[in-house]
Design a protein around this ligand. Sequence first.
Ligand code: SAH
Length: 342
Amino acid sequence: MDNLADLTPEELEEYFISLGQPKFRAKQAFSWIAKGVTEFEQMTNFPKALQKQLKGVATPLGAKICEKFESAIDETVKYLIQLNDGNLIETVLMSYHHGYTVCISTEVGCAMGCAFCASTLGGLVRRLTPGEMLAQVALVSADSGHKVSNIVLMGIGEPMDNYENVVKFIRLVNRPEGMNIGQRHISLSTCGWVNGIDRLAEENLGITLCVSLHAAFDEKRTAMMPINKKHPIHTLLAACRRYTEKTGRRMIFEYALIKGVNDTPQDAKRLSELLRGMLCHVNVIPVNPIQETNFERSERGEAFCRQLAPVTATVRRELGSDINASCGQLRRRKLEEKGSEN
Ligand code: SAH
């Protein structure tokens, strides 16, 4: 089954030519995809015969909304999205003063094995295609009726483990004939895949790089994040420095604050020393306790930020805490439900 959302406008032209269709069908299809249509019948400027022909061989998006959960506290909506092969992923719509942000998944599951994260508990199932990433933005925008202004690649999966597809997606979603979301409005978060950071620096994309640091000492970071064995903190930060120097763009370090694990004044002091002079900002995230682990949330967020000075830091506002809005918890619960039905 061809997923038309995987194709650039140029690739779509070739595709329609190969079906004996005029080139302009590509432009029409590309703008329908951006509108989140899930059936060819919805492409109303396509002849009936073409709609029928496509139905047997292709899909417009490769994904559909399976369930949605609306927060009672804020405007956050969490979507459980079903891919054509039945796999489930999560996408979150968040409202900020500067507009609507969609948090997308880049993989089904994750291979990274971070100790505090629900997305990795069942391992990696498969990587998403560019169209399956685009579909998340298009579906959520269509369903909510809101124009999406920002995208964060912070859902399930490790973007650097799916590098080519992620970069193709960023270029697709940026196209003015489609979703037209500016690169400066896109943030990509990685657990610290050094080769990916170096590669990304060469792409000439205006996106914001975020790195999940979470600890300032190698021993602690390795216990939380297996990737640290391969790319320890000094190697990772050297790549981050190369990235900011090459791109001139400020980057973000994410730091999930866990009580008694990484929230002491010594942790803050060390982190501040490591990041001093870098073009960066620290986002302190109160850890979201998940059932399968026993990490406790730290209440030291504000104090920790102050202790990082002169490095700038803020505590990330929490959204959708009543709907399991973060970290693969929804997909996980769904899989457990399914498992217990069998
Ligand atoms: N794999 C990428 C993208 C995931 S982004 C990465 O690691 O950056 C999701 C962010 O949420 C990451 O910073 C991740 O470390 C963080 N996170 C995962 N589980 C969490 C939890 N239980 N509480 C708070 N943050 C968590």
